[in-house]
Design a protein around this ligand. Structure first.
Ligand code: ATP
Ligand code: MG
Length: 182
């Protein structure tokens, strides 16, 4: 599962927990430079990686879930097809499934070398409120109505976000004054 994770929130973590019951292992890979997004991320690639790592550890998910720095340490735009090529070297003889929310799936045909990517991995789409039905395999997990955009806005307004993300991530955000928290 990839994402910008700017920042990671309980909606992502709920999804990760659900899919961890369906797969042998879940690899969470924060994007380094998500070139398709309208605006660049607010937090740095390294900070987003660290927040994901903190969240997975503090939620007790580390046994089944691994956070990989493949994209945040790679120079240039982050392309899933490059990540899949690297993963196939690290984990030979493995069938990979790319898990993404319905909102992300609707843009999949715009991804770099999209056709090759869809041939290299299975795609699994998680229904998310408001997103259209896709042509891919879909699962319903009762997605939580939380987005990083909503989290960033709440933090900027000095609202209490303890019901949106893990306490450790909130502390990290405060420590670095991210999203207007300082
Ligand atoms: P932003 O508002 O900045 O776009 P986001 O909450 O959509 O943030 P992303 O990092 O863009 O988070 O999403 C990473 C992946 O997680 C995408 O595939 C997205 O569809 C999925 N996702 C995000 N939030 C949820 C949620 N609440 N439930 C299920 N899937 C989610
Ligand atoms: Mg998004």
């Amino acid at each position: 599962m990839g994402g910008t994770f700017d920042p990671i929130h309980l909606g992502h973590l709920h999804l990760i927990k659900e899919i961890s019951n369906k797969f042998e292992k879940v690899l969470v890979i924060p994007s380094g430079k998500p070139w398709l997004r309208e605006n660049p991320p607010v937090a740095s690639a390294e900070q987003r990686f660290q927040m994901v790592d903190l969240a997975i550890t503090s939620m007790g998910l580390s046994e089944k879930v691994e956070v990989l720095p493949l994209e945040v340490r790679r120079a240039g735009n982050s392309y899933a097809i490059d990540t899949v090529a690297e993963l196939k070297l690290i984990y030979p003889d493995t069938n990979f499934t790319l898990v993404l929310g319905g909102d992300a799936a609707k843009d999949l045909n715009k991804w770099h070398r999209a056709k090759e990517l869809m041939e290299a991995v299975k795609i699994l789409v998680v229904k998310r409120g408001g997103a259209p039905v896709s042509d891919f395999d879909e699962i319903s997990i009762k997605a939580l109505d939380i987005s990083s955009t909503m989290v960033r806005q709440s933090i900027a307004k000095r609202e209490n976000v303890s019901n949106l993300l893990p306490a450790k991530v909130v502390s990290f955000i405060r420590e670095f004054g991210l999203y207007g928290s300082r």
